[in-house]
Design a protein around this ligand. Sequence first.
Ligand code: SAM
Length: 320
Amino acid sequence: LDPAGKLSSQRRIAEGDTVVVYERHDAMRAVAVRAGGVLQNRFGVFRHDDWVGRPFGSKVHSSAGGGGGGGKKGGGKAGGFVHLLAPTPELWTLVLSHRTQILYIADISLVVAYLELVPGCVVLESGTGSGSLTTSLARAVAPHGRVHTFDFHEQRATSAREDFERNGLSSLITVNVRDIQGEGFPEEHRGAADAVFLDLPQPWLAIPSVSLMLKQDGVLCSFSPCIEQVQRACDAMRSCFTDIRTFEILLRTYEVRDGSLNSGTANEEAVVGPRPQKRKKFTPSGENSGCTEKTSSVLVRPCSTAKGHTGYLTFARLRV
Ligand code: SAM
C-alpha cells in the first residue's frame, strides 16, 4: 500500500515488498518478496528474484524446470503464470490472515462513505481485530490523517502492527492495547476525532467515551452482528447523538450466461435483454427484409453461494 497514493502500475517491486500473488479470482495470497525466495504453487515454481524491478501488475511465468512438467498455458504446472498485484486495501482484505472475524469490502465501503472520511481526518477504531477495516480507513485519510486503533488483545495488536508496518502504513496508523469498553478512549484524543468506529461485543459501554472524543458534528459507526446489540447501542446513543440509522448490507450475486429461453427455464431465470447475433435488416418502409434473424438472450439467476448476513452498521452524528 502506498500512502503517497502513487499509482500501483507505476511502482516497481522491490525486496521487502508485499505482493498479492493472483492465481485465479478465487485463489490469491500475500507474499513478502525476499532475496532467494521461492514460491511454489500448482502453476509452477516462481523465484522472487525474477520479480524485483518489475512493475506491480506484471504477469510472470514459472521458471524453467519448475512445477514438474506440463507446460499448459495459464493452467497445469510448469509454464503456468501468476500476476503480481499491489496490495490495495480491497485485495488485502481477501488475503490477510484471519485472527478474528473481519469486515469485508461491502460493509467497509459504506463505513468509509458514511463516516465522511476524507484526507486529513482523524479516526478512532476499536477493536482492531485483523486490521481489515483499519487498512481501508488509513487509505481514506492519507496522506496527512491518522487512524488510532485499539484492541485489548496484546497479540492481535502486535500482529496488526506488524502487518501495517510491512504494508507501509505505519505513518498513518497507531495500534494501542486498551480495554475500550472498560476504560473508554484515552483523554489525549478528547474532541479530536472526526469519526469513531466500534466493532465490540458491548459497544454501548464505549459510547459515553465516544461522545467525548468526537469533534462537533463528528460521526460514529458501530458494527454488530446481532439486532439485540444494535438496540442496546441505539439506546445508549440517544442521549448525545442524532440521525441514528442502521443498515444491513446483503450481497446478491448473479450468475450471468448466454442462452435461449425455453419453457423449463422461464420461472427461475430472468431475461435481462436480447443479444442480437446478427444485425436485423430493415427496408426503408420499416419492414423486415426477410433476412433470417438469430438472437440469443442473457439469462441471470441468483447464485446459490450468495453471501448473507454479516452484521448491522449503525451510524449516528454527535448532537451539537
Ligand atoms: N473490524 C475488525 C476487522 O475488520 O479486522 C475486526 C474486529 S474483531 C471482530 C473484534 C476485536 O475487538 C477483537 O480483536 C477483540 O480482541 C476486540 N475487543 C473485544 N473487546 C474489546 C475491548 N473491551 N476493548 C478493546 N478491544 C476489544
